[in-house]
Design a binder for this molecule. Sequence first.
Ligand code: ZN
Ligand code: ZN
Length: 254
Amino acid sequence: MILDYHIHVVAHGEYPYTVEWLEKYINQARLLGIDEIGFSDHDEFFHNIDLNVFAHVKKQNLDLPIKLGLEMDYQPDLEKDIKNTINLVDFDYIIGSVHYINGWAFDHPDFKHKFQGQDIDIIYQEYFDLLNKAVKSNLFDVVGHIDLIKKWGNRPIKNDVLTYIKPVLENIKDANLVVELNSAGLRKEVREVYPQYEIIELMKRMDIPITLGSDAHHPEEVGLGLDKLVFLAKKAGYNDIVSFDKREKFFRSF
Ligand SMILES: [Zn+2]
Ligand SMILES: [Zn+2]
């Protein structure tokens, strides 16, 4: 089975949360033969999520299971607020992602110039320290785009990325979390999936479960690059992926 669990309906607030708009994502998934999808809007747009609209399209499309997720931006000083938001709705899964380092939106095109002149290894360490906190917070089910820090093509110099990520993966294993393979990187300057293949291989050796996501911010992006994710997962030795229902994991062969 193939699923796409990382889909943004309202994107960054520019699209409506209506039956008609959701149907466009669903139709695209059906067209591509995807077996299950999950809508996972950014928590910033939590209030745009219309649960009646969601329930309606779920009922109208019983041939294609549709899950309700949320992509939660992790910031250590907001753990209490995050917990409150998560508990407001009966989500199927919560993706925890790091998009800010000390207030710097490093993945935003307007702020990518801030990488220049900085020690890239220190940035990597800060990013993975934050991710480590997210993992240990016990708030999430899935770790989102785990090596997002490479988005603009910046790579560490002093150490291999595996040096930075290994302690995080150990905590992911202990916390029983799932890591998503996310294809959005293929469409960004780095031109590579999240995470890079060497990390997928290491995850497999550590027996860390995976799920799949396109990070679509438009109906036409649903399922983009999933074939590449499946190829890399299989190459690394994965035989199953995780689907969620009310925050419970189910292993499905693919
Ligand atoms: Zn994200
Ligand atoms: Zn996203």
